[in-house]
Design a protein around this ligand. Sequence first.
Ligand code: NAI
Length: 337
Amino acid sequence: MLSRLALRRTFTATAFNPYKVTVLGACGGIGQPLSLLMKLNDKVTDLRLYDIKNAKGVATDLSHIPTNSVVTGFSPEQPDGLSNALKDADVVVIPAGVPRKPGMTRDDLFNINAGIVLDLAKAAAKSAPDACILVISNPVNSTVPIVSEVFKKLGVYNPKKLFGVTTLDSIRASRFVSELANTDPTGEKISVVGGHSGITIIPLLSQSQSANALSKEQKEQLIHRIQFGGDEVVKAKNGAGSATLSMAQAGAKFANAVLNGLAGKEGVLEPSFVDSPLFKKDGIEFFASPVRLGKDGIQEILDIGKLSPEEEELLNECKDSLKKNIDKGIKFVDSKH
Ligand code: NAI
């Protein structure tokens, strides 16, 4: 049998771009399919899976897939399990935490997930301070500010490398528009900006030819469906969780875009909830909009473009909630220091 070092040499000799990716919360509903998709990504050569349960099992299972990466499972029971999972990672994806049950909003998850994200962010700041951090755990509007505050307090904050994953909102929007407009869903690109929860999610239908051609009533229903699309899944799963498979696809799509940026590919654009100058004048520190990804993470934060009067209204409604969600995350970290 080849030693781990020999395996790594064999892989890196043939790999185009060798990247280390860590998934924190790798054994949950999102974590498992997301880890599978990361195992299938040829830019990933070192895949580390960390969870409070079953990481070794999931890693061993994935390790039998003949792609160009070594997969390792890490658990809190191992000495330095978390720090070894994170050490020198290029990309850290965080889907750790509890999902919603019917009737819950994302904000209802705050009490449990804020603490989980805080602890994981502290570990990441110490062991992978240069990594791109991709936060999936909800409420994203608050968990992203939690990570930024932790990194700031530990003196390693780089706003170009912190991302709230909002890709699911855009892929849902593309799908829902294509169903109504009878178009190819793979060709639909709907810009969704703002935040990642209810009315903070703002689909910019006026910027899409096929969406804009729909009736006023269809557009109103569509906006509501995109804002509350996650509830459809929570309701259908009836207590067994929220979106996992579509989210894994969304997370893998975004992680792949970040890796493409790191690898120097040109023209990589994806929406993300980031530390943004766009509405700082209104006291909003984080905002989701299209970002250009590059070798150092965010290369450019793009403007949200021209809005219809109805979209301007949605933006105004979003701002208050978004600001409260962001402040809640920041205050949570302050209360722990
Ligand atoms: P899940 O309960 O199936 O999995 C969560 C995993 O996190 C479990 O394996 C659990 O053991 C692990 N975990 C808990 N505490 C941990 C810790 N301290 N360290 C490491 N791992 C830990 O939940 P699911 O469905 O995978 O959802 C995960 C999160 O993603 C939830 O907060 C959910 O709301 C969020 N989510 C985000 C979306 C987005 O668009 N950003 C979409 C859908 C869900």
